[in-house]
Structure formats: structure tokens, C-alpha cells
Design a protein around this ligand. Structure first.
Ligand SMILES: [Zn+2]
Length: 282
């Protein structure tokens, strides 16, 4: 993806400082482990890449809110978000076994200094299980931002390449939502809120802006929206060909997301946006 890089831990700290200096309040960390296996061990290893990055960032930028992606796909050799079992031609994602590993991951992030964890896997019952485990281990101040309405989408492609986690077999449709079904999204959001989510997220952004609006209106909870890699890449590609003015297009998209009720926007343009908004003010 243009302008998006994987960073080693040493450089993450400089990036965190730059982000903080631009006036941004929070970052969302994703990890790419040196090795992947079928138990996603790197996700909850004490010296895992996210855990090391958290310690480094928190020692230099304690004010910056560090949110961590909690999922297993980047750490699994097969690239699925959970523990899988293959029966003949079918594969199953084992919900409860997966939730156990997600809980371990969330706890290890909290222990390494995360301010908030963001489970992105879509397994059933994971918000409640993570909340309970955090509370039981003295992390009751750690928040949960839940990917509550995460749709199966063609717009994730560039990120999956960047995160080196495209599924090696099958797809994620068995555990992500059908894009035609907005009611299911609202039910999933309600479940996550009941289980203790502090912030609920809708993902992707523009193709699901109606869902964002409905979630914000219906539940009145802090609502995040994830403007995903494919949405980013298409504007970048159009701008490169001088079909669109990048800055104007991005400001319009972000304004639309705010108008639709987003309290938090996760975007690859965060740093540029902070600069643009600063320039507009001055
Ligand atoms: Zn995942």
C-alpha cells in the first residue's frame, strides 16, 4: 500500500513520537511475528512483537493511547482468525479454543502496557471472556474496543497482503458478516455491548455508512469506524492518476464519517489529516 510500512520495534517509537507531536491521541498496533504456527503462539508471547512495541512506546510516549489489535490471523500459519480443524473438504474455526487464545493475547497486551484492546476476530463470546479475564487480573481500567460489525468485504485485500495474512484455504465468510444484512450487524453490536464493549466499531467505513449511523443512533455508545485498506488504496490510485484531488477527497470522506456518527476514525491518513486540519485552522 502506498505510504504504509511495516516498522521494526525501534522505529515504531519514533513513529509514535511523530504521531503524538502531530496531536493525534491514539494508535492501533498490529503485529507481524517472525514465525507463525498453528497455535498463534506469537500473539500471546511475553516477548511478542506487539508486547515489545508496547513497552517501548509506553516508556517514551506514556500519554499516547495504545490500542492493540487482538486477533490470531497474523500469527497463524494458515492465516485464519482462529484455531481451525479440517474435516475432509471442510474447515471449521473452533470458537471456544480460539476465545481462550484471544483472552491470553489480550492479557499479555494489558501486561505490556496497552490502554485498550481491540478484538477483531468476530468469535462468539470473546468480549465477555476478555472483560472477565482483564477484571480478574487487575486490568479493570483497560478498555475494549470491539470490532462489533465487521463485514466480509472485498476492501480488505491490500491490508491482508501488508499483514501477510491472507487465508491459505477457505475464506472468512463463516465468521464475518454478510454485507446485505444490517439487522444482523445491530444484533452483534448489542451482544458486544452487553458483554462489556466500551467502544463498538463498524468496518469497513463508506460502504457501511448506514450501519454506522444506525449503530450510533440506536446504542448511543462511543462508535468507531475503520476506513479500510481498499478504501484507502482506491483514493490513492485515483489521486496518482490525477483523477481525484487526494486532500479534498479525504477531507470529504472523513467529514461524511463524522456526520454519520463516528466518534473515532481508524484511518491510514491519520498523520496527513492532522497536518491538513492544522493548516486549515491557521
Ligand atoms: Zn483476524
Amino acid at each position: 500500500m502506498p505510504g504504509v510500512f511495516q516498522l521494526p520495534v525501534e522505529e515504531v517509537v519514533d513513529e509514535a513520537r511523530r504521531v503524538q507531536d502531530l496531536g493525534l491521541q491514539a494508535i492501533l498496533l498490529f503485529g507481524i511475528p517472525a514465525e507463525k504456527d498453528e497455535q498463534a503462539s506469537g500473539a500471546y508471547a511475553e516477548n511478542g512483537v506487539v508486547q515489545e512495541a508496547l513497552r517501548a512506546i509506553k516508556s517514551k510516549c506514556p500519554e499516547l493511547v495504545a490500542i492493540t489489535d487482538v486477533c490470531l490471523c497474523e500469527y497463524m500459519s494458515h492465516g485464519h482468525c482462529g484455531v481451525t480443524r479440517i474435516d475432509g473438504d471442510h474447515f471449521h474455526v473452533l470458537n471456544d479454543e480460539t476465545v481462550e487464545l484471544l483472552v491470553k493475547t489480550a492479557l499479555s497486551h494489558a501486561a505490556a502496557g496497552a490502554d485498550m484492546v481491540a478484538p477483531s476476530d468476530m468469535m462468539d463470546g470473546r468480549i465477555g471472556a476478555i472483560r472477565e479475564a482483564l477484571d480478574a487480573n487487575g486490568f479493570d481500567q483497560i478498555g475494549i474496543m470491539s470490532y462489533a460489525a465487521k463485514f466480509a468485504s472485498s476492501f480488505y485485500g491490500p491490508f491482508r497482503e501488508a499483514a501477510e495474512s491472507p487465508p491459505q484455504f477457505g475464506d472468512r465468510r463463516s465468521y464475518q458478516m454478510d454485507s446485505a444484512n444490517a439487522d444482523e450487524a445491530l444484533r452483534e453490536v448489542a451482544l458486544d455491548i452487553n458483554e462489556g464493549a466500551d467502544i463498538v466499531m463498524v468496518k469497513p467505513a463508506l460502504p457501511y455508512i448506514d450501519v454506522l449511523w444506525r449503530v450510533r443512533e440506536r446504542f448511543g455508545k462511543p462508535t468507531a469506524v475503520y476506513h479500510v485498506s481498499g478504501e484507502y488504496a482506491m483514493v490513492k490510485a485515483a489521486a496518482e492518476k490525477a483523477i481525484l484531488d487526494e486532500r479534498a477527497a479525504v477531507l470529504e470522506i472523513m467529514t461524511a464519517l463524522k456526520r454519520a456518527g463516528a466518534d473515532i476514525i481508524v484511518t491510514y491518513w491519520a498523520c496527513e489529516l492532522a497536518q491538513w486540519l492544522c493548516e486549515q485552522k491557521s
